[in-house]
Design a protein around this ligand. Structure first.
Ligand SMILES: *[C@@H]1O[C@H](CO)[C@@H](O)[C@H](O)[C@H]1NC(C)=O
Ligand SMILES: *[C@@H]1O[C@H](CO)[C@@H](O)[C@H](O)[C@H]1NC(C)=O
Ligand SMILES: *[C@@H]1O[C@H](CO)[C@@H](O)[C@H](O)[C@H]1NC(C)=O
Ligand SMILES: *[C@@H]1O[C@H](CO)[C@@H](O)[C@H](O)[C@H]1NC(C)=O
Ligand SMILES: *[C@@H]1O[C@H](CO)[C@@H](O)[C@H](O)[C@H]1NC(C)=O
Ligand SMILES: *[C@@H]1O[C@H](CO)[C@@H](O)[C@H](O)[C@H]1NC(C)=O
Ligand SMILES: *[C@@H]1O[C@H](CO)[C@@H](O)[C@H](O)[C@H]1NC(C)=O
Ligand SMILES: *[C@@H]1O[C@H](CO)[C@@H](O)[C@H](O)[C@H]1NC(C)=O
Length: 540
């Protein structure tokens, strides 16, 4: 009897006292709507609620696998004034702005590596082309960082951009999850997660509240409730020959429309595989060759009325009349079939208006596709409404499943053998290794297997509840070209409001300066007409 009573205690002590990596529970955060403006209850931005500085300033992050460092915009947020024409829209789309002067824990440092940030960002040409200049041009900062209710560090290194570096439609603060992610490294070093693993499900949006579902970002493992069937695992390959800067190169072997009759219609010509890079922060489902949109329109009898300048910038717009009502299945050569629900790739037009309100035009629908010519094809965030993705930087692999759209959550920690060395080493040096770093100490599962499961719901709910700014509903991100790179007056206050920009109408698009005039010559002439993804919008 005594033995029986004792056993659990012994077990708990073994688990907690030794704290093996696999017993550190993963962290999970919702990808959800957040209200940005205190006086506008419809000023939503979708992303991960977070906080920076002391006292906490609430901001919203988007996970960025193509960055190692984390980048936070301050009061010079570099919105493209030709599309985002006032500071209110910019603040909402950025997910609020950080004020250094209002943070007592703000410290400026010489540069990002000496602040403790990652010294290398990608140089790949498919990535946002300003990334190469971020390290040298940004303000290097250390400040308190929280994600949801979890304090990452009292003094976390990040950059504050001083140039318009991204294409802009993926517009909020960037949470770097690359192969040398400062965030993942810090969380592992401080024992808050057991491995440099992250996973993502984008959720379901633009549907009735009862059908809408938050997305989820898990650090240190994945959510087993959100996957179906077998997994498909591949090595991460960052080499130039793949042309895929996130390391996640796949081959699309089939894109099928799933008719309500049960029949399928193939959009790809026979024997065509599309080399594609998975880029989860991008704002669409798919960027690919022209043949897809041509065949899509031919088979559905839908004909585009123009391209979107809203949050799904560059997607194809249609009158909401006789819209195709079936799903779309994207098959990869690995064998994975990913079924995207109709509601997640033919969405209502959505944008943020001048008052910061997110508004819809339900008389229009957007097909979340963009044509690319000489730039790489990509699968963006809407792919993750039908697929679940896990990236393991310790093992150097990425894994996908068909997604199970579930509000349930059971977290499983994933620890590869080469992660054990660094895990839970709270004696490691570094400004963020203070034992008080974790405001929510990781709890420990009593599971004895290498996969310890636990519930995340509390953290997810807490993450939202902890914020003074909370939203419910649905939302999305953006467009904007990366122009005006050297423009001195980037403060949105100085942006002349007015008639510079009108959303719709082919003639307005025609009057827009061609994208290569806008960006490519400004900083990197050699990129002109190359990876400027937006350029295709002008080539209709
Ligand atoms: C991150 O850092 C590593 C190591 O310096 C580098 O190879 C990689 O290109 C960087 N970027 C990403 C997205 O992993
Ligand atoms: C700093 O905080 C004060 C008081 O909350 C606020 O009025 C001011 O706008 C903030 N400054 C910036 C630059 O955000
Ligand atoms: C990864 O980043 C750390 C700083 O967080 C840096 O010390 C280290 O050199 C980087 N590793 C590589 C391979 O760039
Ligand atoms: C993926 O599947 C393989 C083989 O079925 C299995 O060994 C592995 O544990 C799975 N990985 C995950 C993360 O579930
Ligand atoms: C579109 O359909 C017509 C017949 O309905 C066909 O002649 C034409 O080749 C098709 N075009 C494409 C791009 O599929
Ligand atoms: C909404 O879309 C319809 C159909 O394209 C269009 O006629 C109308 O002007 C749009 N409404 C607004 C406010 O833009
Ligand atoms: C923890 O980190 C310190 C300093 O980097 C190192 O000396 C020590 O060996 C590490 N301990 C473990 C268990 O890895
Ligand atoms: C480290 O933690 C202690 C209490 O645990 C606290 O007094 C101290 O201020 C912290 N140091 C830093 C640099 O945050």
């Amino acid at each position: 009897m005594i033995v029986i009573n004792f056993l659990p205690l012994v077990l708990i002590c073994v688990l907690v006292c030794a704290m093996p990596c696999e017993d550190i529970e993963p962290l999970a955060f919702p990808i959800t709507d957040v209200q940005i403006l205190p006086d506008n209850s419809k000023s939503f931005t979708k992303g991960i609620p977070a906080g920076v500085g002391t006292p906490r300033q609430n901001i919203v992050f988007l996970p960025w696998p193509e960055l190692n460092n984390t980048w936070i915009y301050d009061e010079q947020p570099f919105c493209d004034s030709s599309i985002i024409f006032n500071d209110v829209i910019c603040r909402v789309r950025r997910g609020n702005l950080y004020s250094e002067v209002n943070s007592s824990s703000y410290k400026k440092t010489e540069d990002i590596p000496s602040a403790g940030g990652a010294p290398v960002e990608t140089e790949s040409k498919g990535a946002e082309s300003g990334i190469g200049d971020l390290l040298s041009s940004s303000v290097a900062v250390r400040d308190r960082l929280n994600i949801g209710p979890v304090q990452v560090a009292e003094s976390f290194p990040f950059g504050v951009p001083r140039l318009s570096w991204d294409h802009g439609y993926t517009i909020s603060h960037a949470l770097g999850l690359g192969s040398n992610s400062t965030l993942l490294n810090t969380l592992v070093r401080t024992g808050q997660i057991g491995s440099r693993v992250w996973s993502i499900f984008w959720g379901r949006m633009w549907v009735d509240p009862e059908d809408a579902m938050d997305g989820s970002l898990v650090l240190g493992g994945y959510d087993v409730q959100k996957v179906i069937g077998r997994n498909y695992t591949q090595p991460l390959d960052f080499s130039d020959k793949t042309g895929c800067w996130t390391g996640m190169k796949v081959h699309i072997s089939s894109v099928k429309l799933n008719l309500r009759t049960g029949d399928d219609v193939e959009l790809l010509p026979p024997n065509t595989a599309i080399d594609t890079c998975i880029v989860p922060q991008r704002q669409l489902l798919l960027e690919g060759p022209q043949i897809i949109i041509d065949t899509f329109e031919n088979k559905t009898g839908m004909f585009s009325i123009g391209r979107s300048f809203g949050l799904h910038w560059s997607s194809y717009k249609y009158e909401d009349v006789n819209i195709f009502d079936g799903d779309m299945t994207i098959s990869l050569s690995s064998g994975l079939d990913v079924r995207i629900p109709n509601s997640q790739y033919l969405v209502p037009f959505v944008e943020v208006d001048r008052s910061g309100t997110r508004v819809f035009n339900t008389s229009q629908r957007e097909f979340l596709f963009n044509t690319v010519y000489d730039s790489p094809s990509t699968l963006g965030r809407y792919f993750l409404t039908g697929a679940y993705l896990m990236v393991d930087h310790d093992a150097g692999t990425f894994t996908m499943w068909a997604a199970n759209p579930s509000r349930e959550s059971t977290l499983v920690s994933v620890v590869s053998t080469n992660a054990e060395a660094n895990c839970g080493n709270t004696t490691a040096p570094g400004p963020s290794s203070n034992g008080s770093d974790s405001s929510i100490p990781p709890s420990h599962s009593s599971s004895t297997s290498a996969l310890s499961a636990g519930s995340i719901a509390g953290i997810a709910i807490g993450a939202v509840a902890a914020l003074g700014i909370i939203g419910v509903g649905v939302y999305f991100f953006y467009k904007r070209r990366r122009n005006h790179i050297m423009e001195p007056t980037t403060d949105p206050v100085n942006v002349p409001p007015g008639e510079k920009y009108v959303y719709d109408g082919p003639e307005q698009i025609g009057r827009h300066p061609a994208p290569h005039e806008l960006h490519s010559d400004v900083i990197r002439p050699e990129l002109a007409g190359n990876q400027r993804r937006p350029r295709s919008i002008y080539e209709m």
